[in-house]
Design a protein around this ligand. Structure first.
Ligand code: MN
Length: 377
């Protein structure tokens, strides 16, 4: 497989999530952290929005980051001019390519779509910009028309093609087939942009990678329009761990990046979220905890430290004696078999009552009280 680069769009598509709005300082801080951990490219926003958005983009463009900095544009000259005014050297130019979108936005006039695209790309190229072309709603486009538009864009000067599953309606097999045809026919790199409406954003992006795409447009925590986008941390770890590819990114800071975006977006990360969720490396059930205590590989795909996490063994409704004894031994407490069973029973009652696992303090209190009650120790 070819080397894959991350083009993170948390600051553009991520911010388009309903109700999310970053401050200038937040956008700059997120871009700086992404750059520090080695993310190769950052889609920083939409210059044509002006005001604070343009201020943030200008500030990021002026930071001199190692990461390539890209602005999102419609296929209109004023958008490109706004990107230039922000100091950007790279522009992404997007235009709809499906009949559904072209009918709604351009009265079904495909000729108009091509004319606008040619004008915008030519304008950007004439101003010395790197141009990436994005086919909005590529997944629902007529395949022959899509290839035609993409090849035309390349002939006008576009240096990359973004395949957008704008409404997230593909499955990995179909994605692979569609992307393979484009990779074979286009003389420029193909980038994946996938949405999570059926929970398949990451899977579809990976299918694109397997079919030859070399760039993935992702968002931290999967933040984005509707059900979100392919998550940056998931793509990075999947490419690294499932495909064994060198990603060139410091994965030990993925948790930190996730927390920064969660705070700035006001969107908490669900506990079960892959890689960065609170429970991603937590073990409560007896069978799993026992296995992990013998050898973590039994129930962990990779070590939590690799993504800046720690393993957590927690006592709750599904815990068994082995985990309980192990935890208590760390505090110098050795229970008899009977005591262990009795404490486990109490743990179950409390977990159901509290709707969570117990903290270590609660567990220690429980043990102390029961021992006092039974006149032991
Ligand atoms: Mn999108």
């Amino acid at each position: 497989m070819n080397k894959v680069e991350i083009n993170d769009t948390t600051l553009r598509d991520g911010e388009q999530a309903a109700g999310v709005a970053f401050t200038v300082e937040e956008k700059v801080a997120i871009a700086e952290l992404m750059d520090a951990i080695g993310i190769q490219e950052i889609e920083v926003g939409i210059p044509a929005m002006g005001l604070d958005e343009a201020v943030a983009i200008s500030r990021i463009a002026a930071l001199g980051l190692r990461a390539k900095v890209l602005g999102w544009n419609r296929a209109v000259r004023s958008d490109i001019q706004a990107s230039i005014a922000c100091g950007l050297k790279r522009v992404h130019i997007s235009i709809p390519v499906s009949q559904i979108q072209i009918a709604a936005k351009f009265q079904g006039n495909c000729r108009l779509v091509l004319d606008k695209l040619r004008d915008a790309i030519s304008f950007a190229v004439d101003h010395g910009l790197f141009v990436a072309f994005g086919g909005e709603d590529s997944s629902r486009a007529d395949e022959a028309f899509l290839l035609d538009v993409a090849n035309s864009a390349v002939s006008w000067g576009a240096s990359r093609f973004r395949f957008c599953d704008t409404v997230g309606i593909l499955d990995p097999v179909t994605t692979g087939e569609k992307v393979a045809k484009l990779v074979k026919s286009l003389p420029v790199p193909v980038e994946m942009h996938t949405h999570n409406d059926f929970g398949l954003a990451t899977a579809n992006a990976l299918a694109g990678v397997r079919a030859g795409a070399t760039s993935v447009n992702t968002t931290v925590n999967g933040l984005g329009e509707r059900a979100g986008n392919a998550a940056t941390e998931e793509i990075i770890m999947a490419v690294k761990r499932l495909y064994g590819m060198e990603v060139g990114i410091d994965t030990t800071r993925l948790r930190e990046l996730s927390q920064l975006v969660a705070t700035a977006s006001g969107c908490a990360v669900p506990p079960w979220k892959a890689i960065v969720g609170e429970n991603a490396f937590a073990h409560e059930s007896g069978i799993h905890a026992h296995g992990v205590l013998q050898n973590p590989v039994t129930y962990e795909p990779f070590a939590p430290e690799e993504v800046g996490r720690e393993r957590r063994l927690v006592v709750g409704k599904h815990s068994g004696g082995h985990l309980l004894s192990n935890l208590l031994q760390q505090y110098g407490i050795n229970l008899t078999r009977e005591e262990t069973q009795s404490v486990l029973g109490a743990v179950r009652v409390m977990s159901v009552q509290y709707k969570r696992s117990l903290t270590i303090e609660e567990l220690l209190n429980l043990v102390t009280h029961r021992r006092v009650a039974h006149g032991i120790g």
